[in-house]
Design a protein. Structure first.
Length: 186
């Protein structure tokens, strides 16, 4: 089973999630996760444990903050993961764009609160040593207006990385990589 992990203030119904769902069909789930990091991780761990207990292989695709979560989970469970413009220094990134208080969800325009404690809980998910770099593939666009691509390249230097000029945070033309992602998982 492939789990698509969306980014901060996004949804499992985002455009990228729908593109992956169109290709992978029933082999992919796209849960809409809590904006509270620890709750999102607990949900993902529960899903992973359910699939693993059924003897299924689990793969992760994570975008932005979902890439940060994916790296943590791939490391913890020895899973293959594809990270798309991953926010591997999330506190730095989030502090640059958000203040504590109400934040608008990009998908449905609802508001949710972000707290200092939630930011601090991201520290518990930091991967200081990637256990199996061969399990990680990263797709990075230099034109990402939110994340400094050099941060990701530095952390993932031993992993398979595809860096494109230009692009944006959403990762333009992700469909060009879907077959490469499928081959990486298989």
């Amino acid at each position: 089973m492939i789990i698509y992990i969306h980014g901060f203030a996004s949804s499992g119904l985002s455009n990228k999630a729908r593109e992956f769902k169109e290709y992978f069909k029933d082999d992919l789930i796209t849960p809409s996760l809590s904006n509270i990091p620890i709750l999102a991780i607990h949900t993902l761990e529960d899903l992973i444990n359910i699939f693993l207990s059924r003897g299924e292989k689990v793969y992760l695709i994570g975008s932005s903050l979902g890439g940060y979560y994916s790296l943590y989970l791939a490391n913890k469970y020895n899973l293959k993961a594809v990270l798309i413009n991953p926010a591997l220094t999330p506190k730095k990134t989030l502090n640059k764009f958000y203040n504590f208080g109400l934040v608008k969800n990009y998908f449905d325009n609802s508001n949710f609160e972000i707290t200092k404690e939630q930011f601090q809980s991201l520290d518990k998910l930091e991967v200081s040593l990637i256990q199996n770099p061969k399990n990680i593939m990263a797709l990075i666009q230099k034109g990402d207006e939110i994340i400094d691509y050099k941060d990701s390249v530095k952390v993932l230097k031993e992993c398979e990385i595809f860096v494109e000029e230009d692009g944006n945070h959403s990762f333009e033309n992700i469909s060009n990589y879907i077959i490469k992602i499928n081959n990486f998982f298989n």
